[in-house]
Design a protein around this ligand. Structure first.
Ligand code: G3P
Length: 218
């Protein structure tokens, strides 16, 4: 399973990259705004800066919602760096755009996915990644991880190549549950990745080992 970090914050991206387990970055217009990145050229420059930090898989989202504009915008994003994956919303023109980019060999990430039906459409169009927003499904008292499981079953039966990128993942337990449910990728904040390290018995055990070593060697 791949790990993507879901942020546009360069220092958090660097920290995750330094850990040696990072496979990519996802951003969205809200995350860019959160970092204060505004204006077309600044946004493009920021994607460039992210590409310089990580090895591959930088999802850059189109703002356009109309086909011709999506193509223009997506092509400009893809031209920034070969690491860019064009992120496209799950709408009618988005599906057409995913098909266009798939035919051109440009990778896509279909975003704002909330149902298995949407997952089938995106796979048919040739999306490289599919982003079901599991945290937002949980917020509605539905089961986000169950959707990952359902899509994973469908994709396996139908031999779809599209990779399931569990998004809107907010904590470490959701990472584990998504791995169990068949996600190919999870994207989450740095805190959720670092949270995987935590176990009190690890801390207690290490303290004991170090204390015993000190006693035996003093
Ligand atoms: O990856 C999608 C993500 O950015 C949305 O997360 O926490 O706003 O639902 P959230």
């Amino acid at each position: 399973m791949k790990f993507f970090i879901d942020t546009a914050n360069l220092s958090q991206i660097r920290e995750a990259q330094d850990l040696g387990v990072l496979d990519g970055v996802t951003t969205n217009p809200s995350l860019m705004a959160k970092e204060g990145i505004t204006g077309h050229q600044n946004v493009l420059n920021h994607y460039k800066a992210i590409c310089e930090i990580v090895d591959d898989n930088v999802s850059a989202e189109v703002i356009a919602t109309e086909y011709d504009e999506m193509i223009k915008e997506g092509e400009a994003l893809a031209a920034i760096d070969s690491k860019i994956v064009v992120k496209i919303p799950m709408i009618k023109d988005g599906i057409k755009a995913i098909k266009y980019f798939s035919n051109k060999g440009i990778r896509t990430n279909c975003t704002l996915v909330f149902s298995a039906g949407q997952a089938i459409l995106a796979a048919k169009a040739g999306a490289t990644y599919l982003s079901p927003f599991i945290g937002r499904i949980d917020d509605m008292n539905w089961d986000g991880v169950e959707l990952i499981h359902q899509i994973s079953t469908i994709y396996a039966i139908q031999n779809f190549d599209t990779q399931i990128l569990a998004a809107s993942v907010r904590n470490s337990l959701q990472i584990v549950k998504c791995a169990e449910a068949g996600a190919d990728v999870v994207t989450c904040p740095l805190s959720a990745i670092l949270g995987l390290l935590k176990h009190p018995l690890t801390d207690l055990g290490l303290a004991q080992f170090l204390a015993d070593h000190k006693k035996a060697n003093s």
